[in-house]
Design a binder for this molecule. Structure first.
Ligand code: GDP
Ligand code: IMO
Ligand code: MG
Length: 461
């Protein structure tokens, strides 16, 4: 008989996952969940993410550092699965210090295994997009090229920044052999890498960041042993996952729950709770399928053009202030797609949902006179209740089947509980639950970390 008494039993990890195409309000929920957490970890992506948190009444956009940094008892980790642009990280540290967030030097840890986004990764991002007939519409932050180098085993890691100048120069030289040829043959001579200069830049990064770069595994092991609460702040979202999203219109990491645990160096058995985050309407920035997208005055380059007529997508964008936290690009907007949530439930193991921007949805309803929710699709002559996997192959977009609610609503400032919510809002929530087969536990009624109404208390939670 095998003795099982030493089995792994700690279940202290809460994972925050975006359920659509990003910008669902993950930063706000990660911050809220971090109130009583010991560790808060960013696990995937880099500064393609833009997470908004509120600190002392002021809004702060974070791209790399977990939102949980706003609570002084937390230790915040940039995990091994993240790709780090050191310049962005340094400005973010300075921004938090400027806002008076205490003890950043002690509370921020960067895994030495995280890969560095080098300036040439950003140039390559621009080049690859330019060469594509159907560009992805990336953030041009160098994310894809940095992950490709990691997979090719020519990446530069945060640990490498700690090396003597000559040693890092050698690594840069080796990593950029093919990249330089690409720059040369594509008319980007000015991007050819000067390894001497870049090694100097790395040395400068080292002087600022060296005390933050560390082996994070003992920290994580200790927290698992002590049964501390650990929050993993997912970035990007289910439909942007490289394996499970709308390939090739995706990012280059695995933002689903399993990828997030891997990027945070956490074992699957430590998982206690997965909170799926969505908005009461949906948005996407960049290219790719979006079944419930509404017409808007956005041109093929992603810019808003002047139009005397305000289209439905424009109304949602303006009421929701849907402009990218990272790139300021106008976001494409559409109705809530509850079918994707049903698919996300099983790929991401979602325990319950938080639906943000219920306040905005009420205003949209008041302005348009109706609210819609997608509850099924018509796809290739069949009614289906899941997000089809082969859109990229068939080239056919699933046609949303909507439930329509007439009117809109206002959420007053004294709305504190489910019972206080307008009837139409309650009806909206129950349609989401019925379609997705997931309980909605929180609804967001404003941007602040605590602008939430708890509407479901299940004994298992
Ligand atoms: P993330 O990338 O998922 O963290 O989301 P972003 O921060 O990019 O975008 C979410 C935006 O919605 C931010 O500007 C938040 O301040 C805002 N927000 C989040 N929840 C709510 C809500 O319930 N109501 C309103 N009005 N704004 C919200
Ligand atoms: P958060 O964490 C919204 C999108 C880009 C593009 C695609 C690939 O704030 O929700 P990339 O630069 O990653 O190679 O771009 O992915 N994208 C996001 N969209 N929110 C994000 O992060 C995103 N991160 C990447 O717009 O379509
Ligand atoms: Mg965002």
């Amino acid at each position: 008989m095998i003795n099982l008494s030493y089995r792994f039993i700690m279940k202290n990890v809460t994972v925050i996952i975006g359920t659509k195409w990003g910008d669902e309000g993950k930063g706000k929920i990660a911050a809220k969940e971090s109130k009583d957490a010991k560790l808060v970890i960013r696990a995937t992506g880099g500064n393609n993410a833009g997470h908004t948190v509120i600190y002392k009444g002021k809004s702060i956009a974070l791209h790399l550092i977990p939102g949980g940094i706003v609570y002084p008892q937390t230790t915040c980790i940039i995990g091994p699965g993240v790709v780090v642009d050191p310049d962005v990280l340094i400005s973010e540290i300075n921004l938090l210090k400027k806002h008076g967030v205490p003890n950043i030097e002690k509370r921020l840890k960067i895994s030495g295994r995280a890969h560095v986004i080098m300036p040439y990764h950003k140039d390559l991002d621009v080049l690859y997009e330019k060469l594509k007939e159907n560009p992805v519409g990336t953030t041009k932050r160098g994310i894809g090229p940095c992950y490709s180098d990691k997979d090719n085993r020519i990446g530069i890691r945060m640990y490498d920044l700690l090396l003597p100048k000559d040693a890092i120069k050698k690594k840069i030289k080796e990593a950029t052999k093919l990249h330089n040829q690409n720059f040369l043959t594509n008319g980007m001579q000015n991007c050819i890498v000067n390894s001497d200069k870049l090694a100097l830049i790395c040395n400068n990064w080292k002087s600022i960041l060296k005390d933050y770069i560390t082996d994070i595994t003992p920290l994580i092991s200790k927290s698992l042993e002590d049964n501390d609460k650990i929050v993993v702040e997912g970035a990007q979202a289910f439909r942007l996952d490289i394996d499970h999203g709308d390939y090739p219109m995706v990012t280059s990491s695995n933002p689903v729950t399993a990828g997030t645990l891997c990027g945070a160096a956490l074992p699957p058995q430590s998982l206690n709770m997965v909170i799926g985050i969505d908005k009461a309407y949906n948005s996407r920035v960049g290219n790719g399928p979006f079944p419930t997208e509404l017409e808007a005055s956005i041109d093929e380059n992603g810019n808003v053009f002047k139009n005397d007529k305000q289209l439905e997508g424009d109304i949602i964008r303006e009421l929701g202030h849907e402009y990218g936290t990272t790139t300021q690009r106008p976001r494409r907007c559409g109705w809530m797609d509850a079918v994707i949530l049903r698919t996300a439930k099983y790929t991401c193991g979602i325990d319950y949902l938080c639906i943000n921007h219920l306040d905005t949805l009420g205003k949209i309803g008041l302005k348009l006179g109706y609210i819609k929710i997608c509850t099924a699709y018509n796809y290739q002559g069949k009614v289906i209740d899941y997000y089809p996997d082969d859109i990229g192959v068939t080239g056919k977009m699933p046609i949303p089947i909507y439930e329509t609610l007439n009117g809109g609503f206002e959420i007053s400032s004294d709305c504190k509980s489910y019972d206080d919510l307008p009837e139409l809002a309650k009806r909206f929530i129950s349609i989401i639950e019925k379609t997705s087969n997931i309980k909605v536990r929180y609804v967001g009624i404003g941007p602040a970390n605590d602008d939430l109404i708890e509407i479901n208390t299940d004994s298992k939670l």
